[in-house]
Design a binder for this molecule. Structure first.
Ligand code: F6R
Length: 613
C-alpha cells in the first residue's frame, strides 16, 4: 500500500516521477505528490486524487530538478487531503520524505519532537520521519553534508518501529537520495549516470532491468554515478543486482482498455511460463529429501482474498493427489489458532505480491511452530520469498490491475503441480497416474486459449443482468472456491452485492435472499456433480431466480431445461476445470463493471498490496 519512487541523474526527474507513479498507482490512489531539489531549494507539488491530478498540478507549478522523490497514497493515518499527502517535510522544509508502511511508535515520537519545538502540519505517521531526521542532523557531525544526512538517517531508522520503506532528500545534498527498507518493499534500478528507486520494478523498468532488491534493515544511497548499500550496522555491503526478464510491455496496457482485460488474456501465457519451470523447480523446491516428504502428513495453506480461493482449491489437490491432510486458513485468522508445533508440517503461503502483511504474519507464526515453509509467489525479492525456506514462483509477469486474475490461475496451476509432484515423490500416486495428470496439466494453456474466446458471449449476456444489485454464485467441490472468487471479482470492481455459496448450502439459509429476477450463476461443468447442480438450478428457478448455467459442451442440453441463459466453456479434467470456469467469471465481472461505468483497474477504497494488518 502506497508507492514510493525516486530518481537521481542528469535529466529532469519530473517526467520520470509522474510516469513511474502512474505505474505504482495500483498501490494506492487517494493522493499523490512529488518533490525535487531545484537551485538548493525543495519544490513540492501534491494533489488529492489520482496521479493525473498531480500531473495537472505539476504542469502549473512546473518544478524542475535532477533529483526527486514521489509518492502515491493509500490513506492509513489521516484522511486523503493535500496536507496529508506525501512528500512530508521537516520544519525547515528542506528535508523531504516519502514513505510506505506504518510507523507504529509515531505518537510517542511526535510528542517528543513537539516538546522539542517541532511543528507538524499533517496527521500522518510519516511526518515524524522528516522531523526526526531534522533533529538528528542537529547532533550529527561528518566530513560532508552527504555523510551527515546518511548518519542522521541511520540514527532515525533505529528509532522507528513498524514495517516501512522510506526515501529522503535534502536541499543541501541535491545529488543524493537515500532509501531505507524494513519489511516494506524497496527496489533500486541501476542505470547509467542515473539511478532509480521504487516500491516496485515496473516504475523504472523502461530505463533499466538491472535491479537491486533491498533486504530488511538495509539503507541505500543513490547518486547519479553510484549505488551504495549499507547494513543495519552502517557497514557498506556488496550490491548484488538481478536482471529482470520482463520487458516493459508486460507492464503496459498494450492497446487494451484496462489492465484487467489484458491480464485476463495473458493467462494462457502465464500458465505456460509457470509450468515451464515447474518440473525442475519442484524437483528441488521443497529442499526436502524423499524421506522428509513421506513424513509430511499435515499441510496448512494460508493466504488472503483471491489467493485464499486458490489455496482452497489447493487443499483439494493436496488431499487428492498427495494424500496429506490439508487445511486452509485466511492468513489474518491463522495467528489466532492454537496448533501444536511440528517439524513434519508444511505451511504453504500463497500470494501474488509477497507483501501482504497478514500472509507474512501467518508465515511468522508457522516459523515459530517449527513448520517447513513454502511460498507460492509472483514477485521476486518480496518479503514472503525471504520469509519462507522454499519458493515456487508463478511466472505470470507483473499484475497491475487491482483485481487479481492471471495470478489466480497461475496459483491454481502451481498448487496442482505441487500436489502431483508431492504425491509422486511420496508414493501416493503411481508413475502411470502421475504421467496422466501431468499430461493433462500441460494441455491446460491450450484450453485456456480456447476459453478466452467466450468473451463476446459473456459480454452479450451481461447486458441482461448488469442492472441487478445482487448476484449469487453457486459451485461444489473444486468449483466452490470459484463461486467465491466469481463473487469477489464482481463486488470488488462493480460495487454490487455478490455472494458465493457451496451449492449444497443454499437450502440451509441463503435461498431466502433469492427473489424474482435475482441472477444466480451456477457452476455446473459436466462431471459427477452435474446432477446435483441441476437440482440446485431447479431450486433457485422455483424461487424466481434468473439462472445462468456455466457448463461444458456435454452438459449443454440438459442444463438448457433448467436455466435461463448459458455460458459454455471447454471441458477439462475435473480438477483442472476451475481454471477454465473462472475465466468466464472474470469476463462476467469485467463486463458488468464496464457497463456500470466503474473504475475497473482501480476500484474505490482498495489497493493492490495490502501491507497493513
Ligand atoms: C482480489 C485481490 C485481493 C488479493 C489479496 C491478497 O482481486 O486482488 O483479494 O488477492 O489482497 O494479495 P496477495 O496475493 O498479493 O497476497
Amino acid at each position: 500500500m502506497c508507492g514510493i519512487i525516486g530518481y537521481v541523474g542528469t535529466k529532469n526527474s519530473v517526467p520520470f516521477l509522474i510516469e513511474g507513479l502512474k505505474k505504482l498507482e495500483y498501490r494506492g490512489y487517494d493522493s499523490a505528490g512529488i518533490a525535487v531539489v531545484q537551485d538548493g531549494q525543495v519544490q513540492r507539488v501534491r494533489a488529492v486524487g489520482k496521479v493525473v491530478e498531480l500531473e495537472k498540478a505539476t504542469l502549473l507549478a512546473s518544478p524542475h530538478g535532477n533529483c526527486g522523490i514521489g509518492h502515491t497514497r493509500w490513506a492509513t493515518h489521516g484522511k486523503p487531503s493535500e496536507e496529508n499527502s506525501h512528500p512530508h517535510t521537516d520544519c525547515s522544509g528542506e528535508i523531504v520524505v516519502v514513505h510506505n508502511g506504518i510507523i507504529e511508535n509515531f505518537l510517542i515520537l511526535k510528542e517528543k519532537l513537539q516538546t522539542l519545538g517541532h511543528k507538524f502540519q499533517s496527521e500522518t505517521d510519516t511526518e515524524v520521519i522528516a522531523h526526526l531526521i531534522e533533529e538528528n542532523l542537529k547532533h550529527t557531525r561528518a566530513a560532508s553534508e552527504e555523510d551527515r544526512l546518511f548518519r542522521a538517517v541511520m540514527k532515525t531508522s533505529n528509532e522507528l518501529h513498524g514495517a516501512f520503506a522510506y526515501s529522503v532528500m535534502w536541499a543541501h545534498t541535491p545529488q543524493q537520495i537515500i532509501g531505507v527498507k524494513n519489511q516494506s518493499p524497496l527496489a533500486v534500478g541501476v542505470g547509467k549516470n542515473e539511478n532509480f528507486l521504487a516500491s516496485d520494478v515496473p516504475a523504472f523498468l523502461k530505463y533499466t532491468n538491472k535491479v537491486l532488491f533491498l533486504e530488511d534493515g538495509q539503507t541505500v544511497v543513490l547518486t547519479p554515478k553510484e549505488v551504495k548499500l549499507y547494513g543495519m550496522d552502517g557497514k557498506e555491503t556488496k550490491v548484488k543486482t538481478t536482471k529482470i526478464s520482463w520487458d516493459q510491455k508486460t507492464a503496459e496496457k498494450s492497446g487494451y482498455p484496462h489492465f484487467m482485460l489484458k491480464e485476463i488474456y495473458e493467462q494462457a501465457q502465464g500458465i505456460e511460463d509457470t509450468l515451464r519451470t515447474a518440473k525442475e523447480d519442484f524437483g528441488r523446491i521443497l529442499g526436502l529429501k524423499t524421506e522428509d516428504l513421506r513424513k509430511i502428513k499435515n499441510v496448512y495453506l494460508v493466504a488472503c482474498g483471491t489467493a485464499y480461493h486458490a489455496a482452497m482449491i489447493g487443499k483439494y489437490y493436496l488431499e487428492n493427489f498427495a494424500g496429506v491432510t490439508a487445511s486452509v486458513d485466511l492468513a489474518s485468522e491463522f495467528k489466532y489458532r492454537t496448533i501444536p508445533p511440528s517439524k513434519d508440517t508444511l505451511c504453504i503461503a500463497v500470494s501474488q505480491s509477497g507483501e501482504t502483511a497478514d500472509t507474512l504474519g501467518a508465515v511468522k507464526k508457522a516459523q515459530e511452530l517449527g513448520f517447513k515453509r513454502l511460498a507460492i509467489c509472483n514477485v521476486l525479492g518480496s518479503g514472503l520469498t525471504r520469509a519462507c525456506g522454499s519458493v515456487f514462483f508463478t511466472h505470470c509477469g507483473p499484475e497491475i490491475s487491482v483485481a487479481s486474475t492471471k495470478a489466480f490461475t497461475s496459483q491454481i496451476i502451481s498448487l496442482y503441480a505441487l500436489a502431483v509432484f508431492l504425491g509422486h515423490a511420496s508414493g501416493n500416486i503411481s508413475q502411470k497416474v502421475f504421467n496422466k495428470l501431468y499430461k493433462e496439466l500441460l494441455s491446460i494453456p491450450k484450453s485456456v486459449t480456447e476459453t478466452l474466446k467466450i468473451e463476446y458471449d459473456v459480454r452479450h449476456l451481461t447486458k441482461k443482468v448488469y442492472k441487478s444489485n445482487r448476484f449469487i454464485f453457486l459451485g461444489r467441490n473444486v468449483d466452490y472456491p470459484i463461486a467465491l472468487e466469481g463473487a469477489l471479482k464482481l463486488k470488488e470492481i462493480s460495487y454490487v452485492s455478490a455472494e458465493g455459496f457451496a451449492a449444497g448450502e443454499i437450502k440451509h439459509g441463503p435461498i431466502s435472499i433469492i427473489d424474482k429476477g435475482t441472477p444466480v450463476i451456477v457452476l455446473m461443468p459436466k462431471n459427477q456433480l452435474f446432477d446435483k447442480m441441476l437440482s440446485a438450478c431447479q431450486e433457485c428457478r422455483a424461487r424466481g431466480a434468473f439462472v445462468i448455467a456455466l457448463t461444458t459442451p456435454d452438459g449443454k442440453e440438459e442444463a438448457a431445461s433448467v436455466c435461463d441463459k448459458q455460458i459454455i466453456v471447454p471441458q477439462a479434467s475435473e480438477y483442472l476445470q476451475p481454471v477454465l470456469d473462472v475465466i468466464a467469471l472474470q469476463f462476467f465481472a469485467y463486463w458488468i463493471a464496464k457497463r456500470l461505468g466503474c473504475d475497473i483497474d482501480q476500484p474505490r477504497n482498495l489497493a493492490k498490496s495490502v501491507t497493513v494488518e
